[in-house]
Design a protein around this ligand. Sequence first.
Ligand SMILES: NC(=O)c1ccc[n+]([C@@H]2O[C@H](COP(=O)([O-])OP(=O)(O)OC[C@H]3O[C@@H](n4cnc5c(N)ncnc54)[C@H](O)[C@@H]3O)[C@@H](O)[C@H]2O)c1
Ligand SMILES: O=C(O)C1=N[C@H](C(=O)O)CCC1
Length: 251
Amino acid sequence: MIKIIIHGCNGKMGKVIAKLAAESPDFKVVAGVDKNTSPLDFPVYSDLKEVKEEADVVIDFSYHEAVPDMVKAAAQKKLPVVIATTGLSEEELKVIEEASKEIPIFKSANMSLGVNILINLVKEAAKILQQDFDIEIIEKHHNMKKDAPSGTALMIADAINQVLNDKKEYVYGRHTKTEQRKPNELGIHAVRGGTIVGEHQVIFAGHDEVITISHSAQSREIFGYGALKAAKFIINQNPGLYNMEDLVKKG
Ligand SMILES: NC(=O)c1ccc[n+]([C@@H]2O[C@H](COP(=O)([O-])OP(=O)(O)OC[C@H]3O[C@@H](n4cnc5c(N)ncnc54)[C@H](O)[C@@H]3O)[C@@H](O)[C@H]2O)c1
Ligand SMILES: O=C(O)C1=N[C@H](C(=O)O)CCC1
């Protein structure tokens, strides 16, 4: 049985992880960490450093500012970490990279299998269509989401740029632009409203034809299952930084 600490346990995703773990014989949540320490079915602490329970892994769905201290505490405790939190700054990413020299860290802005398949399809399409098609990404999420654009939209954009030798320049929205679109632009647009779980559309617009590759998350459980799979994977790895590609490669 894999013993989990949920960082961000009182949030929407923290509660999904607790529910999925309770339904599985393979996982047990031994403690949670959240700035909101409302009681749950396991002890809840305000800081990972204070957690007394023995654990195998930390699963993090919290807030970007909370991540650096969490990974430093995990490194002190020699605990592997799964990071799902998005909106991380360059500085916060550096702290994660530093900690990954001491502990195994799995990080993905989207834990669903579907989005990771979408990324592979988009990479292929971008290679084939790069000359004649403009690429734009539209993402839609619920009205509680704090970061924009989504971590997934940025991950998709980076994957496209990786196969196109970094030639795309990201344009976030177009409200400040009063000039024609340049071919090297990659537009990224965020929509927020209601309870939308997560939608990503990658649009390849050519002359008189449009190809759209899209993913629609229909529940938060898809992210939860992915994070638990990542937890199973990361506890057996050496220190380093891992992502969904590594997990898929290992089967
Ligand atoms: N990678 C993925 O597949 C995936 C999927 C869904 C959400 N997310 C990301 O996960 C994060 C959380 O999403 P959510 O919808 O659960 O958000 P949420 O706001 O419902 O939950 C976040 C929780 O973190 C807690 N928190 C905030 N600051 C903290 C701190 N300093 N220390 C400890 N706890 C703190 C909050 O109190 C809250 O309970 C977001 O960044 C979101 O984008 C990623
Ligand atoms: O609900 C959220 O917040 C989500 N965030 C991730 C992102 O920013 O890409 C993944 C989808 C859900």
